[in-house]
Design a protein around this ligand. Sequence first.
Ligand code: XMP
Length: 186
Amino acid sequence: MHEDVARVLISEDALRDRVAALAGEIEQAYEQSVTGITVVAILTGAVVFLSDLMRHLPYRMEVGYITVSSYTGPAVTSGGAKLGVISLPELRNRDVLIVDDILDSGGTLRVVQSVLRDRGPASLRTAVLLRKPGKAPAEVAVDFVGFDVEDVFVVGYGLDFDGYYRNLPYIAELKSERYGRSSDDA
Ligand code: XMP
């Protein structure tokens, strides 16, 4: 275990198994899709989840991404979200699946879902690896959830603190003494 980690919340094995099962749920949901799906990843946090998930999905698929700055402090979500780079294929009349790392306050997904809805997709669904239950407002709906996690600041498997720890292969809670400087990279 990394020296800055207080405890591992979700092991590498549990992540692998759940991501494979989640891909099965997604595959079923898109059984009727005629055009194939367009995955839109919210970077940088979703990068590891995206790469594991998409390799389980057998569809004809396009991939786009949006970068979002979503929190002002290193370990505190503000609920606000600012879009950065948007690199998307045509979404009109496509079945679109948003892939994000975590649903926390819901600020990020609220903005991204609204921007993508305006592009006229045939359907719009959202998959998140993690969700902190009870924090996001009900109107920020997600269709596929890997794990519900307690309300602590988590890192690893793509999620960062101050830009670091994304490469940890598990989801962990950071030691509290590591908190304190600022970052705005989702
Ligand atoms: P919101 O609050 O907009 O949060 O739903 C979404 C984005 O904020 C980041 N975030 C976290 N990052 N550990 C992290 O490493 C956390 O516990 C955490 N909570 C929110 C994340 O980038 C997410 O996409």
